[in-house]
Design a binder for this molecule. Structure first.
Ligand code: NDP
Length: 285
């Protein structure tokens, strides 16, 4: 069994950025700058925001976070994002999701596609659905592809089962997998238990984005499956864990990503990669 740890992938992304970071800083006259926008008091958002800032700084870039109360108006929220989109000193913006539907709409309206690091605007989503190069895809979905690529897990011609259909993880991941020639099944909360079991029993690659601690046990998977666990949950014992019952499943897998230690580090590294890409495009490097 190969444990797909995220740090090695994150280090590789950092090295790639470092190759041309100085040239981009010189052309910009400053470090590439990330702005994170958060609404409400969700602790998971705060923690993701903190690790994204830490990662951007460790990668030689800069980042800041603005928090808004959950009763901020549509107009004020849109205006703030529009202002950051126009700000010459900001290269990329991450609006933390989920958001209430009206604020999500305000964010999508105010956000420049050129700074939309998490691929939430219509233009970037359309590029993703059409399989076009360029633009930005949601970071977690991209991180799954990066992790699989790094550890040499090929998707071409494989049966990939994604559990979860959110616009942040499951849906964009399905599009990325299709563009890499996988045959994709997307399961969700309304998928019957018999169908879920049948699909998983033939899955070469399983990606879980459910948000339920240790949801997936060994009885679901075939011998030699590759599993990417996107879940970030807290177990009954108060420990951070994924959607997969890691200890019970690991010996049955060819490869598996742990939680913690797996995808999370890759997601923040991909966010930095997208920030760097936005800055490069801006200065034509
Ligand atoms: P959502 O709550 O938006 O989506 C969860 C999905 O799981 C939904 O599509 C839901 O189905 C499905 N689901 C729920 N229960 C079941 C079930 N019993 N059987 C099958 N499917 C089920 O979550 P997110 O996509 O935002 O996040 C998923 C997980 O990934 C969370 O743990 C989150 O913390 C983590 N995450 C990790 C990131 C990372 O960088 N590693 C980044 C973002 C999220 P339905 O649509 O029918 O409701």
């Amino acid at each position: 069994m190969i444990e797909m740890r995220g740090k090695a992938v994150s280090d590789r992304i950092k090295e790639d950025i470092a190759e041309s970071l100085d040239a981009v800083i010189k052309a910009l006259g400053r470090k590439p700058r990330l702005e994170i926008i958060r609404v409400g008091t969700n602790e998971a958002d705060a923690s993701y925001g903190r690790s994204a800032i830490k990662k951007a700084e460790a990668f030689g870039m800069s980042a800041g976070l603005t928090s808004f109360p959950s009763d901020i108006s549509y107009e004020s929220f849109e205006e703030h994002i529009r202002k950051k989109s126009r700000d010459e000193d900001v290269d990329g913006i991450l609006v933390l999701r989920p958001l209430p539907p009206e604020l999500l709409e305000a964010a999508e309206r105010g956000l420049s596609p050129d700074k939309d690091l998490d691929g939430m605007t219509d233009i970037n989503m359309s590029r993703l659905f059409q399989g076009q190069e360029g633009g930005f895809a949601p970071c977690t979905a991209m991180a799954v592809m990066r992790l699989l690529d790094f550890y040499g897990a090929d998707t071409h011609g494989k049966h990939v089962v994604i559990i979860g259909r959110s616009p942040v993880v499951g849906k964009p991941l399905a599009m990325l997998m299709l563009s890499r020639d996988a045959t994709v099944t997307v399961c969700h909360s309304k998928t019957g238990e018999d169908i879920l079991r049948e699909q998983l029993s033939s899955a070469d690659i399983i990606c879980t984005a459910v948000g339920k601690a240790e949801f997936l046990g060994p009885e679901y998977i075939k011998e030699g499956a590759v599993i990417v666990d996107c879940g970030i949950n807290v177990s009954e014992e108060g420990k951070l864990c994924g959607d997969v019952d890691y200890e019970a499943v690991k010996e049955k897998c060819l490869m598996i990503s742990p939680v913690p230690g797996g995808l999370g580090a890759v997601t923040t590294a991909v966010l930095c990669e997208n920030l760097f890409k936005a800055a490069r495009i801006k200065v034509g490097k």
